[in-house]
Design a protein around this ligand. Structure first.
Ligand code: GDP
Length: 299
């Protein structure tokens, strides 16, 4: 005798507790996974067995379109599943990290998720210099928008069409203005964040959990906590290379089909770097990610 299951979408995750919006009503239930199951992400479509009026047991994760995550030697940190695009929020102040930006781009490219870079705090004088630091991703086809999240009219003028009917993951280091931006886009979000941090007793309004918010104009935006590290230990060497789209034409020139683009003779990538077509900084990032993954495998 099977009980009736419901289908829903995970809209927030906190430890092993999940809030699931049941389809089609949209009412949310507090759910937890069956057994020791982990690895459920915001954005996942799941089946649940209802328990009472407000709770449920997650019995199954339905097939995913994609999963965006980072991982270090200890564990994986899931950002979100089934996303259409990534909105990477940067600003001139605090200074953003080229390394973290590069890693987020590699993670997105390797999962075939499109990225838009949002250079926030356009009102600050350092913005032109910050924009110049985005020349490489911009030349590789990643759109760069620039605005001030404090100016709500500007936010709507530049982002409404981009976000409409899409599921967008907001990602950025702390302090770049993600919360400010979210409040401009989803007026109820501030209340939700505030209530949550009060419940946790932190008294701070920083995002501590990943949460999906429906956008008033259609579509969803997923807010995630700011991060300070971005390990990519789940990627194979091939996937890492695929995460650097500018390497693709050069890789075709490599003599060896299994070239790792580190030291091999007649390597197309090393040749392209020598001639200035591939930036030495980007190749150094590629080497760092590869070295971390190799070191992790030795333990
Ligand atoms: P989060 O950590 O990414 O969520 O960043 P917050 O939204 O909390 O913003 C960090 C600080 O930057 C706050 O003091 C905001 O008021 C400020 N801020 C956010 N957007 C802008 C902007 O467009 N211009 C300026 N000048 N400050 C901003």
């Amino acid at each position: 005798m099977g009980e009736t299951t419901l289908t829903g979408r995970v809209v927030s995750a906190h430890g092993r507790h999940y809030r699931v919006a049941i389809q089609p009503s949209g009412e949310t239930r507090h759910c937890y996974p069956r057994g020791k199951r982990t690895g459920i992400a915001v954005g996942d479509n799941v089946q649940i067995l209802p328990e009472g009026q407000q709770e449920g047991l997650i019995t199954e994760i339905l097939p995913r379109r994609n999963l965006f995550y980072r991982s270090d030697a200890q564990r994986s940190k899931l950002f979100a599943a089934n996303i259409d695009q990534l909105l990477l929020v940067l600003a001139a102040e605090p200074v953003f990290s080229d390394d973290l930006l590069g890693r987020a781009l590699v993670a997105a490219h390797s999962a075939d998720i499109s990225v838009v870079i949002l250079l926030n705090k356009a009102d600050l004088p350092g913005t032109a210099a910050a924009r110049a630091r985005l020349a490489v991703p911009e030349s590789l086809g990643t759109p760069v928008l620039s605005l001030s999240a404090l100016d709500y009219a500007q936010v709507h003028a530049q982002l409404d069409a981009l976000l409409k009917n899409q599921c967008t993951l907001l990602l950025g280091q702390s302090g770049m203005g993600k919360s400010t931006l979210l409040n401009a886009l989803v007026p109820e979000a501030q209340a939700a964040t505030q209530a949550h941090s009060e419940a946790l007793g932190t008294g701070r309004h920083t995002t501590t959990q990943t949460r999906l918010h429906p956008l008033p104009g259609g579509g969803d935006i997923i807010d995630s906590p700011g991060f300070q590290a971005f390990g990519l230990q789940h990627l194979t060497p091939h996937e890492i290379a695929h995460g650097f789209p500018e390497f693709a034409p050069a890789i075709e020139q490599c003599r060896f089909y299994n070239c790792t683009h580190q030291h091999e003779p007649e390597c197309g990538v090393l040749a392209a770097m020598a001639s200035g077509q591939i930036s030495a900084n980007r190749h150094a990032l590629y080497m760092r990610i590869l070295a971390e993954n190799q070191a992790a495998k030795r333990y």
